[in-house]
Design a protein around this ligand. Structure first.
Ligand code: GTP
Ligand code: MG
Length: 195
């Protein structure tokens, strides 16, 4: 994918703020700090366009990134961040629900999990939610640079089992640090966008 133009079109807290575009959208979900914003930066070949942080809870709105005026990548706020009040959790749920249910342009939602860890209960809930919405259920396993190559298959197998995934090819190992599988993720985004 050749990136000619990238725009952060909107940081939306609710439906009324979604951009009025008809580009196909693919969104990224996952717990806080898993690497959603970092993945977007690698995909768009920018170091810090989507704001990232070592502290979880950086992205708190639905961020719409327009690519070449033809494709949208959507950064969703993360979940599972411990220091969050009940009220904030409810706000998160409402924001995500509204987006998953009401956005016609949304072609698919890809779940990000950390390759090092067995998916949490929240990851399982999020994955089931994505599937219940009728999406394919692709998973990007982030931070692959943090474990040795030899261990990756075992970790992928554990993720597959925890999420109840039928086809192991639905899990793509990824690293923002060494750009592992950047092209494979783009290929998947394009394929999902043409549905
Ligand atoms: P929220 O916005 O809080 O939901 O988090 P996020 O999912 O957007 O995570 P973000 O991209 O901000 O990354 C969190 C931290 O993990 C940052 O310090 C990143 O540098 C680091 N990180 C992300 N991806 C990778 C990766 O593939 N490898 C390594 N080593 N670090 C990564
Ligand atoms: Mg983020």
């Amino acid at each position: 994918m050749i990136i000619k133009k990238v725009d952060l079109l909107m940081t939306a807290g609710n439906k009324s703020q979604y951009p009025e575009t008809d580009y196909p959208e693919v969104a990224f979900a996952g717990r806080s700090n898993v690497g959603k914003s970092s993945l977007i930066n690698v995909l768009i070949n920018r170091k810090r366009f989507a704001r990232t942080s070592a502290k979880p809870g950086k992205t708190q709105t639905i961020n719409f990134y327009s690519i070449n005026d033809s494709q949208m990548l959507v950064d969703l706020p993360g979940y599972g961040y411990a220091k969050v009040s009940k009220k904030e959790r409810e706000k998160w749920g409402k924001m995500i629900e509204e987006y998953l249910n009401d956005r016609d342009q949304l072609k698919d939602v890809i779940l990000l999990v950390d390759i090092r860890h067995v998916p949490s209960q929240n990851d399982v809930l999020m994955y089931n939610w994505i599937r219940e919405c009728g999406f394919e259920g692709y998973v990007v396993a982030t931070k692959a640079d943090k474990i040795s190559k030899g261990k990756r298959q075992k970790h992928i197998a554990d993720i597959r089992k925890a999420l109840g995934i039928d086809d192991v090819r639905k899990i793509i190992p990824f690293s923002a640090s060494d750009k592992l599988n950047r092209d494979a993720v783009w290929t998947k985004i394009k394929e999902l966008s043409e549905k």
